[in-house]
Design a protein around this ligand. Structure first.
Ligand code: GLA
Length: 681
């Protein structure tokens, strides 16, 4: 079965909001979509007030017409449930379903995402509108995919949430003694003697309880997941063969545990908007795409992702776990204070970077630029300037390009190097006062991914519960929380011959964010053959010379050897002669420990060395710096994506059939900012 149902190749399109336009515009939209070879659009994401203008009175006529027009034009639909933005009448009728901030302020209607997911009235209304849509469109031939809600992530601190939080905690801890123990209730007199005393973490006089904050984040993720599952189940019951998904929000704000959610979606869908305008945008793109593929794989192992209703997995017709870039910005990068126009070709390169890593296509926010509303200056495939524009011409050429690449959908990315991803560690690091304000989970994980990417290695992310044994090298950056069970799985991986690099601030605390005493990193001391006595957070400007000629920054530690051998040492100062990098043979494998932050180049060199020793090969050693090389493959065929992120032409001596031109080549010549996809010899 093709995925989503009925799509002939890679998906191309984006959010389509016809309700913002007069009906006369719709046929033009379809005609222009056809010109751009758009084959999938997401419809209805924020259309609740148009679909249900009054309680229980539905107006589907306009949507009928839109879906018919799209179907006649050969365009499939990801039909959204509009539950991320309840209509004004709903909020007025159910003020208790408006969200309350941590400061106790109840928000008002006038934007989007203004609801409390624990409010019974909201949940009922959400189920009702989803059921009405399912009922109306279950047999519509344009329906390819259900797109539930939009970017689940809203939090609330009201009384409904208090009730739900308590019941989540009861299920997790069973009794209050265990909860008090897990939350270190004896600190600052926070020992609870009745469940009703527990509240969502509201504004407090001073620092909140980090274990409570961490559990609240976990609760919010589970609560929102329950809201998604309710809708999914009723959609699935109405249309068992139509896959159901929801689009994940990515970035510095991560409201849900995506790996866990991925067991409950049929297709992992991500929205990705890089937050840097420079070359960092390309590295953030690769990072997001590798995460999405890894979550999809995790979901495929632990749940339904990639399965059809009949139980067959998407591997029947396609390579790898099912995931799709559901939203990206066609012609802009948003950074604080400024929108940067993407240079010509950059939209195409970002799209191909996702497809190279397994995305089933490239989708955008949005098809046609809005003429009013809060996002009026957001870019679109069809800009305010209309079809006679550079941006639309690039959209047309991207459609044609994706059309020519459809065969790559069979291939999957194979990585021998993995980086640990752990949302609990991230949330816990956000919930407490860390020894250094510079310590940032996302920055640590990104640095490891970036270093491996620059060394030319494809990377999978692994979450607790994933199989580690298939990887030659595993990197744990800032894995602050490690449960006993996870620690023993990591030990087993190394004992069986795995190579491991652990960087500072890993293995410090248990799953409740309680420090493991006796020397850091408590959970991994024996495996690493070290004991860390003290942290030395550094001033941002400080550089500590190291014995191999590189420098350490941000962080240093007093590391005592208990079996490991020093590989690189600190030079001078308080830590003179003490180990910065250590190596410890453990069983059939090797465990390395890095107690400081290296600059990007030495980090890349270190990881390249460790990967080579571990037996992992880079994708395309012939690719020059600035040319990204990513491979998708099946047992018989492989496709090499080459993306030139530099502003000069580049040549790569590799041979195969260039899918863009159909010609056989022995050397790929990439124009500045250009791309090629090769079916390799
Ligand atoms: C998100 C949302 C979209 C839109 C874009 C703007 O991804 O899902 O509705 O707001 O951001 O970048």
């Amino acid at each position: 079965m093709r995925w989503p149902k009925g799509l002939p190749g890679l998906c191309y399109g984006g959010d389509y909001n016809p309700e913002q336009w007069p009906a006369e515009v719709w046929p033009t939209d379809v005609e222009l979509m056809r010109r751009a070879r758009v084959n999938l659009v997401t419809v209805g994401v924020f259309a609740w007030s148009r679909l249900e203008p009054q309680p229980g009175r539905y107006d589907f006529d306009w949507l009928d017409r839109v879906l018919d027009l799209l179907h006649d034009g050969g365009i499939r639909v990801a039909l959204a449930t509009p539950t991320a933005s309840p209509p004004p009448w709903f909020s007025l009728r159910h003020p208790d379903a408006l969200p309350v901030t941590a400061d106790g302020v109840r928000l008002s209607h006038g934007s989007r995402d203004t609801y409390c997911a624990s409010a019974p009235a909201y949940r009922t209304a959400a189920r009702e509108i989803a059921a009405a849509l399912a009922d109306r469109y279950r047999d519509h031939p344009a329906l390819a995919l259900w797109h539930v809600h939009n970017e689940y992530g809203s939090t609330c601190h009201c009384e409904h949430v208090a009730v739900a939080f308590r019941s989540w905690l009861r299920a997790r801890y069973g009794d209050l003694d265990r909860l008090n123990e897990a939350w270190t209730g004896s600190f600052w007199s926070q020992h609870y003697s009745g469940w009703e005393q527990i509240r969502p973490p509201r504004a407090t006089r001073y620092l909140g309880n980090p274990s409570q904050l961490l559990d609240f984040r976990r609760f919010v993720s589970d609560e929102l997941l329950e809201a998604y599952v309710e809708q999914r189940d009723l959609l699935r019951a109405a249309t068992p063969d139509v896959p159901v998904t929801t689009n994940y929000v990515l970035g510095g704000w991560v409201p849900v545990d995506h790996a866990r959610w991925s067991a409950e979606v049929d297709l992992v869908a991500i929205d990705h908007y890089p937050a840097e305008a420079g070359p960092g945008a390309e590295e953030q793109t690769g990072f997001a795409a590798d995460l999405a593929r890894s979550w999809a794989r995790h979901g495929q192992r632990t749940g339904r992702a990639g399965r059809t209703a009949s139980g067959a997995t998407n591997r029947d017709t396609s390579g790898g776990p099912a995931w799709l870039l559901m939203e990206s910005a066609p012609n802009l990068i948003l950074t604080p204070g400024r929108m940067h126009a993407k240079e010509p070709g950059r939209m195409t390169r970002h799209s191909l970077a996702h497809v190279a890593r397994g995305s089933r296509g490239a989708m955008f926010f949005q098809w046609r630029a809005s003429r009013g509303g809060a996002e009026v200056f957001h870019s679109a495939l069809l800009p305010h300037a209309g079809p006679d524009s550079r941006a639309f011409r690039e959209a047309v050429s991207l459609g044609a390009l994706l059309d020519r690449l459809s065969e790559v959908d069979a291939g999957t990315v194979r990585a021998s190097v993995a980086v640990a991803w752990d949302v609990s560690s991230w949330w816990a690091m956000q919930a407490t006062v860390l020894p250094s304000a510079q310590l940032d989970y996302l920055a640590e994980v990104s640095a490891a991914h970036r270093a491996l990417g620059r060394a030319g290695h494809p990377v999978d992310f692994v979450t607790d519960g994933d199989d580690l044994f298939g990887y030659a090298l595993l990197v744990l950056p800032a894995l602050y929380l490690v449960s006993d069970r996870y620690a023993s799985r990591i030990r087993d991986y190394v004992a069986a011959g795995g190579h491991l690099l652990v960087s500072y601030f890993s293995g410090i605390a248990d799953e409740h964010a309680r420090v493991r005493v006796g020397g850091y990193p408590g959970a991994l001391r024996d495996l690493l053959g070290i004991r860390v006595e003290e942290f030395h957070p550094l001033d941002p400007a400080t550089r500590l010379p190291l014995s191999d000629g590189s420098t350490g920054r941000l962080w240093a530690e007093t590391v005592r050897l208990t079996g490991a051998t020093p590989s690189v040492s600190y030079l001078g100062g308080l830590l003179d002669g003490q180990p910065a990098l250590t190596r410890h043979g453990y069983g059939d494998g090797v465990a390395w420990y890095l107690s400081t932050r290296l600059d990007d180049d030495p980090y890349r060199d270190l990881l390249a060395r460790l990967a080579e020793t571990a037996g992992a090969a880079p994708t395309c050693p012939a690719a020059p710096a600035g040319v990204e090389a990513v491979r998708r493959s099946t047992a018989e065929t492989s496709w090499l994506f080459l993306l030139n992120h530099t502003d000069s032409p580049q040549a790569v001596p590799v041979s195969g059939v260039d899918l863009l031109t159909g010609a056989h080549v022995d050397i790929v010549r990439l124009p500045a900012g250009g791309c090629a996809v090769l079916r390799e010899d």
